[in-house]
Ligand binder design. Structure first.
Ligand SMILES: *[C@@H]1O[C@H](CO)[C@@H](O)[C@H](O)[C@H]1NC(C)=O
Ligand SMILES: *[C@@H]1O[C@H](CO)[C@@H](O)[C@H](O)[C@H]1NC(C)=O
Ligand SMILES: *[C@@H]1O[C@H](CO)[C@@H](O)[C@H](O)[C@H]1NC(C)=O
Length: 363
């Protein structure tokens, strides 16, 4: 684009800017300060954000509909609000297409008084392919554009629990980490590719999860770029058969080259899980090897299900390592799915989930 055109389009952009929806206009100003410790929250829509523990939240990635009220509230607490960014990689191999997409994202963020973008691109990519290089360039160019046009803005990128081509996501992780502000490590869906027995297992087993961070550090990713992302949801698996020692065999659902996957189960919210335990056959059980809770229940048709999930006890074993590995912070998928009702038990459980972001508390 010529400098004149660029100038003209920036004038047009300003005149397109929406009216600030906040009661106090200064709340529409973007957040600029850097936080030493990040608490990165995914919000999927609705109004449960009103019940978040805002004394700890630093960034909200909004995956639901744009909510001006949420933006104003987050800014009043000094927290960033960032867009969701996803694009089909084959269509941004082309440089001008890529630039057009980035421009569109920056404009959208500016019009909505937002503080950055979370790139959630989980496509399969072959190492050395045109998409492989396009992805690295996309992250770099997106970060440059955001930093330039929205000073102090934050660009983060979501990665799998390990950098070793999980789900055929063979990205240039080191280059990507170096060219954005943060990597949100999704330490969940770790059974997306089951190679052994097709059985129900933990969503985020502790040893495997922590091993993923060691791999990121080993390939040379700066620990200060890494956020530990933990699940506030679990998996409900219908069992095809259920052995005497409590192993639940699940349907064979292949995923990206693996014969079995967690797609045999259904994702369930922590809110659903805490209710369902009450009517389970087993009550809460604990698996010592995976360091995760689970339970069994019978559905109305008589089929046994096994539910694997995380609770404060399993979460804090992971988040304890944030400090020891020198990571930048924590986050969860997703913040909406706790029971934020006035029920005293629910209140206590939800507070315990937020607290578990900061490791196992003494006592
Ligand atoms: C540019 O993007 C559009 C839609 O996003 C896509 O249909 C088109 O094929 C892309 N062009 C190139 C050259 O990749
Ligand atoms: C359960 O089903 C799996 C897969 O169909 C099979 O390999 C296994 O032997 C079965 N176990 C029992 C106890 O029936
Ligand atoms: C919010 O988090 C802080 C820090 O962990 C904690 O001290 C506080 O009690 C929490 N607030 C609520 C309402 O749970």
């Amino acid at each position: 684009m010529s400098p004149l055109l660029m100038f003209l389009s920036s004038i047009i952009m300003v005149s397109w800017a929406d009216v600030c929806p906040c009661e106090r206009p200064e709340l529409c100003q973007q957040i600029q300060d850097e936080k030493d410790f990040e608490v990165f929250v995914f919000d999927v829509g609705g109004k449960t954000w009103k019940s978040y523990n805002w004394s700890v939240v630093t960034t909200v990635a909004t995956f639901g509909k744009y909510d001006g009220e949420l933006m104003c509230h987050a800014h009043s607490k000094g927290a960033r609000v960032v867009l969701k960014g996803d694009v089909h990689l084959a269509s941004v191999v082309d440089q001008s297409n890529r630039t057009a997409w980035i421009t569109e994202m920056v404009d959208l963020a500016r019009r909505q008084f937002m503080d950055g973008i979370n790139l959630d691109i989980e496509q399969a990519v072959e190492e050395g392919s045109p998409e492989y290089f396009a992805l690295t360039d996309l992250v770099k160019e997106t970060t440059e554009a955001f930093h330039k046009q929205i000073p102090g803005s934050q660009v983060s990128f979501d990665v799998a629990w390990s950098p070793q081509c999980v789900d055929k996501r063979c990205y240039d992780y080191v280059a990507i980490a170096n060219s954005c502000d943060l990597l949100f490590v999704m330490s969940y869906d770790e059974q997306s590719q089951i190679l052994g027995d097709c059985i129900a297992m933990a969503n985020s087993p502790v040893t495997q999860t922590l091993g993923g961070y060691d791999q990121y550090l080993k390939i040379g990713v700066d620990p200060k770029k890494l956020l530990m992302g933990v699940p506030w949801y679990g998996y409900d698996y219908p069992c095809l058969n259920f052995t005497q020692d409590g192993v639940c065999y699940v349907a064979e659902v292949p995923f990206r080259g693996a014969p079995c996957s967690d797609a045999a189960g259904k994702q369930k919210t922590y809110k659903w899980i805490t209710k369902q335990i009450g009517s389970s056959l087993s009550g809460r059980l604990w698996d010592d090897k995976q360091q995760a809770p689970y339970f069994n229940y019978k559905d109305p048709k008589g089929q046994i299900h096994q539910v694997w999930y995380d609770d404060p006890e399993s979460l804090c074993l992971k988040t304890d390592a944030v400090q020891s590995k020198g990571l930048r912070g924590v986050g969860m998928w997703n913040a909406n799915i706790l029971d934020y009702s006035d029920d005293p038990v629910a209140r206590q459980q939800s507070a315990a989930m937020w607290n578990a972001l900061f490791g196992c508390q003494p006592g």
